[in-house]
Design a binder for this molecule. Structure first.
Ligand code: GLN
Length: 390
């Protein structure tokens, strides 16, 4: 008999992170896990060195340094149009991942149904199982990943507790429109649902798109948990500093979980990220320019190679349709990493298994373009060599 919890039977270890291990093993260019090969801005390195000098080695208070929460509150107000009290309504976490864990655990009772849009970012489903909730999958439309409103209504029942939204969306790069967000907010209000919104890619938006936070839509403030962090915007995915904002009632619950899960995010890194707030508008414009160029390069190169790419509107991933190669996603991904040294993620890892829609994911492979153009060029050269031989 297994000594492990039966909760673990519902999920496996992350395929994204497994692909990073495979990338290391095969000495491959890692276009799987979304981690930039850019250096963080100088300001953050200065902050880091300063943190060492100041000898910040002990715990911060559980919710995060107050000066950092205050800066995050200003950012929430100015960028997201959400008014949150730094004293009671913001918590600094170990990455957006922990913000999501604490949030899902805080709101879920056993058997509560949690709506998850398919395809989804891997963590949402295991976290729902760990909270003993029941993930209810709502497929996005298969051509452009827009919201299927009929299906959303169909899947919402009296057992539905919450919905998880992610915009800009990982793995597809879809950015939900204002109308789609309005539909979600109506659904939440009509059915008394909580929205957990993962906005970690909020600054990476292409073609002039603007970020809209669900909590800024009327009637959503006191039922929305907004998750974000510093990892993607400042190329510091390994620092693990994220945050969560929610109204005081919900935040009191999230803080209880956070307290026992991690105690606090690393203190010296909380101090270092204070410097992120010295960066001006130009930094964000440059970030968009960088990733838009990377996107355009990768899209055009992959299209030349016969991939059918869904053009991402935000985040730094693209979902490429590999149907023309007549291989399943897993075979294709293994082939790329083992034979040619480029790691990607099989599309099926963003879809449920053994269901009507499970086959859907097998026609996709996810590439990240969080890497310098030189790195992307090298990856394309490697892929080209292989495909010509096939
Ligand atoms: N969001 C990243 C990805 O999808 C992974 C983040 C993580 O591994 N914590 O690749």
């Amino acid at each position: 008999m297994s000594q492990l919890s039966s909760k673990l039977d519902f999920f496996q270890e992350s395929v994204i992170r497994e692909m990073t291990r495979k990338a290391i093993h095969h000495d491959a260019i890692n276009l799987s896990q979304g981690m930039p090969d850019y250096s963080p801005p100088e300001e953050l390195i200065t902050g880091l060195l300063k943190a060492m000098k100041e000898e910040i080695h002990q715990y911060s208070i559980t919710y995060g340094r107050y000066d950092l929460r205050k800066k995050i509150a200003d950012k929430f107000r100015n960028y997201n149009k959400i008014k949150l009290d730094p004293e009671h309504e913001i918590t600094v976490t170990c990455g957006a991942s922990e913000a999501l864990s604490s949030s899902i655990l805080a709101v879920t009772d056993p058997k509560d149904e949690i709506l998850i849009l398919e395809p989804w970012y891997e963590n949402y489903v295991p976290l729902t199982h760990l909270a003993e909730g029941k993930p209810i999958f709502v497929p996005l439309s298969s051509d452009d990943f827009s919201l299927d409103q009929e299906k959303m209504l169909e899947k919402t029942t009296e057992k539905t507790k919450a919905i998880i939204i992610n915009s800009p969306h990982n793995p597809t790069g879809k950015v939900f429109t204002k109308d789609e967000l309005k539909f979600i907010s109506d659904l939440c209000v009509d059915n008394d649902l909580i929205a957990i919104t993962d906005e970690i890619y909020e600054y990476i938006l292409f073609d002039g798109k603007k970020h809209v936070s669900l909590a800024s839509i009327s009637d959503m403030f006191d039922r929305t948990i907004t998750v974000s962090g510093f990892s993607k915007t400042y190329s510091i995915t390994g620092w693990r500093v994220g945050y969560v904002g929610a109204d005081i009632d919900i935040m009191t619950g999230i803080r209880k979980v956070h307290d026992y899960l991690t105690v606090c995010a690393p203190s010296f890194l909380q101090y270092a990220v204070l410097k992120a707030f010295d960066l001006q508008k130009e930094y964000f414009a440059e970030l968009i320019k960088r990733y838009q160029e990377n996107r355009d390069f990768l899209v055009s190169e992959l299209e030349k190679l016969g991939f059918n790419v869904i053009i991402p509107a935000g985040a730094y991933y693209l979902f490429a349709d590999i149907s023309d190669f007549k291989m399943s996603d897993k075979t294709f991904v293994n082939f790329l990493v083992e034979e040619k040294g480029v790691a990607t993620v099989p599309g099926s890892s963003f879809y449920q298994k053994d269901s009507r829609t499970s086959k859907e994911g097998e026609r996709f492979v996810r590439f990240t373009f969080s890497h310098k153009i030189e790195t992307l060029e090298k990856a394309i050269t490697r892929i080209k060599r292989k495909i010509e031989k096939m």
